[in-house]
Design a protein around this ligand. Structure first.
Ligand SMILES: [Zn+2]
Length: 237
């Protein structure tokens, strides 16, 4: 065990503080994805810490998907685009630890999606209507591969995007992925013909939701979304 390793073990808080400081600087710089932050040696000097501490801070930054390491000459840390995949496993573990059942998770998803669909119907624009139509057309082509289709949530995320609230979009993206993980096992077990029938049902439900949003009919949009999500409940394991 080298002295450097001891230092990391003694001062985990310091590396965390440096990582937070770098993250704050990335935020203040307006999150310039791809911009170089500097090599380990340069960063260690700049923050007045040992290279071992800086390496630990870099590991944390990579773990948070705030930065990635570019290897080779002129390499070092570069600003990364944050990724949901970085947080999903941690959220999933927290929910599991709290004993959250798939049904309870769906309840949370419904609350968020109903809020999103309501805002989407209120705020729909011509460009938004076009995006919804394009998404529905694309889904039509995906129905030929029903198992793939059943695991797609693009329309839900698009609707959340049309709410104009990026936080809602993020939470919908998280909750659709988490609930679909619970439905995946049963969906993968159904025969092709049954999967096709379920696919058609989902496509019809999506078409009704889109129609209501396009008309700006908040009440109908909520009602269609609620019954669509209720239909998912029996599939969750
Ligand atoms: Zn759906």
């Amino acid at each position: 065990v080298t002295d450097a390793t001891h230092e990391v073990e003694r001062q985990p808080k310091l590396a965390e503080r440096i990582a937070q400081q770098v993250e704050q600087e990335i935020i203040e710089a307006g999150w310039p994805v791809g911009a170089p932050l500097g090599s380990e040696a340069i960063l260690a000097k700049r923050y007045g810490v040992s290279r071992a501490i800086m390496r630990e801070a870099a590991r944390l930054l990579e773990h948070h998907v705030a930065a990635t390491t570019r290897r080779g000459v002129g390499g070092g840390l570069i600003v990364a685009r944050p990724d949901l995949r970085a947080v999903l496993p941690a959220i999933s573990l927290c929910l599991d630890f709290e004993g959250v059942s798939p049904g309870t998770l769906l309840e949370a998803r419904s609350a968020i999606e109903l809020a999103a669909v309501e805002l989407a119907a209120e705020r729909i624009t011509d460009a938004g209507k076009q995006r919804l139509q394009t998404a529905l057309d694309f889904e039509g082509t995906e129905l030929s591969d029903p198992h793939k289709y059943l695991s797609s949530h693009d329309l839900h995320i698009l609707i959340a995007d049309l709410s104009g609230n990026p936080a809602l979009r993020l939470f919908v993206a998280i909750l659709t992925r988490l609930t679909s993980a619970h439905a995946q096992t049963r969906f993968s077990e159904v025969e092709h013909t049954e999967a096709e029938a379920i696919g058609r049902e989902i496509a019809d439900a999506h078409a009704s939701i889109v129609k209501a949003i396009v008309k700006g009919n908040v009440g109908i949009a909520r009602k269609c979304m609620r019954s669509h999500l209720e239909a998912i409940a029996p599939w969750l394991t």
